[in-house]
Design a protein around this ligand. Structure first.
Ligand code: UD1
Ligand code: CA
Length: 485
């Protein structure tokens, strides 16, 4: 394998992409949680080229900045600027300027707006190219509707003569259904020599990369096409309809990959999984689950239905029901939801619970601790095996600054408590229902500050005479008829 590694992959991303009708450059539109150019560069990097080159021009600063911010690409992408001369041939020529003039070997060309092309397909093209001893190898596909594409022109013996662009093709050539995917492997010397002679003498006044094939062939180099059956892999996203179609197909492939790896996905059609999500075997995803960013889910966890997690770590056997979360860490055997909102910095220890209508933010909740109902926990830490009563609020904001609340271990707080931060509740402490905790509670203490209850007897009879409440209260006061005990 190693001697067939390409000297460079050149990813073309200088074009305008006007059909997106977007202020965002086409190659920065995302599917599967990554930009189109990120998918293209990741697939290209997988071939382990000596040089990974992106050719940029349109919205150069935005595209260059985005590429510079992509982590984990090896080798790191280099940028080549295309000049005023238009066309794919010129784009590749500009990319070649980054290579050592004495370098030789295989150069692969692909597109920044073709997101489903897989490393395996690029490697297959390189192997085909090197093993066949070709000067140029093009990846072709047979499609039902070839209009718009360059056509592969073959001679009577079946050999490839060249590529003709749709706009330059004759009627007979337009009937050809074998199209140019735009993905190629070139011998570097053959490519350099032919590109130097490509002109802009065509319907679009551009320097066509496709012209290299006929020139190389005329020079005596062997030219061949490798046909792929997987047309999705060579499909570009030119408008938002194609973007959505490619996004759905990518997701279908990602779901299939995880199912084959042992993940149960009850309804792949309503399950969306980003390219950066990692799932263990025996994870179950119920319908309506979206896993975005770098979400990870460990074995035995059940997620959904109707749950959206963005860069959340989910531990073994966790149950996460109807939840919206981001940048949170959930330990093993936790229970979350239904209807929980996990905001960044939420960290729930093993066996913990974040229950129904509970919002958490920057909150470390220790092992076995529970916040079961109707609460807000922000800027807080809670120790182990503590229970926060229903309808409690960690009052973290004084209108100017945020403050923290510290709750110890084995604490039992009553329902409807307000923790007015900064405040500390010691280990083993209790609080009564309705307490507004403004002062620190020592370990083992009971905090109560609700005023003693006062009952004004007969208030309804005197203030609301004849009302249904009055009627009801009279019935209750009369122990006679209708009362069984
Ligand atoms: C090109 C091919 C065509 C092929 C089709 C496959 C040529 C002349 N034609 O046509 O045979 O069937 O792709 O999709 O190569 N780009 C640049 N700089 C440029 C022009 C384009 O970087 O000056 C980039 C674009 O950003 C895009 C790719 O090259 O990623 C293809 O450009 P596009 O204009 O879409 O080429 P097509 O006309 O579709
Ligand atoms: Ca195109």
């Amino acid at each position: 394998m190693s001697e067939t590694r390409p000297v460079a992959v050149i990813v073309l991303a200088a074009g305008e992409g006007t059909r997106m009708k977007s202020a965002t450059p086409k190659v920065l539109h995302p599917i599967g949680g990554r930009s189109l150019i990120h998918h293209a560069l990741a697939a290209a990097a997988g071939t382990k080229p000596d040089n990974l080159i992106a050719v940029v021009r349109h919205e150069r600063e935005l595209v260059a900045g985005h590429i510079a911010g992509l982590d984990g690409l090896q080798p790191a992408p280099q940028l080549a600027d295309q000049d005023d001369v238009k066309g794919t041939g010129r784009a590749v020529e500009c990319g070649l300027e980054l290579l050592d003039p004495d370098a030789g070997g295989t150069v692969v060309v692909s597109y920044g707006d073709v997101p489903l092309l897989a490393t395996e397909t690029m490697n297959a093209l390189v192997d085909f190219h090197v093993c066949g001893g070709y000067g140029v190898s093009v990846l072709s596909a047979r499609v039902a509707d070839p209009s718009g594409y360059g056509r592969i022109v073959r001679s009577d013996d079946g050999g490839v003569d060249g590529i003709v662009e749709h706009k330059d093709a004759s009627e007979a050539q337009r009937a050809i259904t074998e199209i140019n995917s735009g993905i190629y492997a070139f011998d570097l010397a053959v490519l350099r020599s032919a590109l130097a002679r490509v002109t802009t003498d065509n319907a679009q006044g551009e320097k066509y990369l496709t012209d290299v094939l006929a020139l190389a062939k005329a020079d005596g180099a062997a030219v061949a096409a490798l046909t792929t059956d997987d047309v999705w892999q060579v499909e570009g996203a030119n408008d938002r309809v194609q973007l959505a179609a490619l996004g759905r197909e990518m997701n279908r492939r990602v779901c299939e990959k995880w199912m084959r790896a042992g993940v149960t996905i009850v309804d792949p059609a309503t399950t969306w999984i980003s390219a950066d999500t990692e799932l263990a075997a025996d994870v179950t995803l119920l319908p309506g689950v979206q896993l975005h960013g770098a979400t990870t889910v460990e074995t035995g966890a059940v997620i959904g239905p109707d749950t959206t997690l963005t860069s959340v770590e989910v531990g073994q056997r966790a149950e996460v029901v109807r939840t919206h979360g981001s940048l949170a860490v959930l330990g093993a055997d936790v229970k979350v939801g239904p209807f929980a909102y996990l905001r960044p910095g939420t960290d729930l220890g093993a066996r913990g619970k974040i229950g129904t209508f509970v919002e958490t933010k920057n909150a470390q909740i220790g092992e076995g601790s529970k916040v079961p109902h109707l609460s807000y926990v922000g800027d807080a830490s809670i120790g182990e095996e503590s229970n926060i009563g229903a309808a409690s609020v960690f009052v973290n904001y004084d209108g100017v600054a945020k403050h923290r609340t510290e709750v110890g271990s084995h604490v039992r707080t009553g329902s409807d408590n307000m923790f007015v931060a900064p405040v500390t509740v010691g280990d083993g402490a209790y609080s009564g229902a309705g307490t507004v905790i403004r002062k620190d509670v020592p370990p083992g203490a009971l905090a109560i500050n609700v005023a003693p209850q006062r009952n004004i007897e007969g208030w309804v009879a005197s203030k609301r005479p004849g009302s249904p409440a009055d009627e009801a209260s009279r019935g209750a006061q009369d122990p006679g008829e209708g009362s069984q005990n």
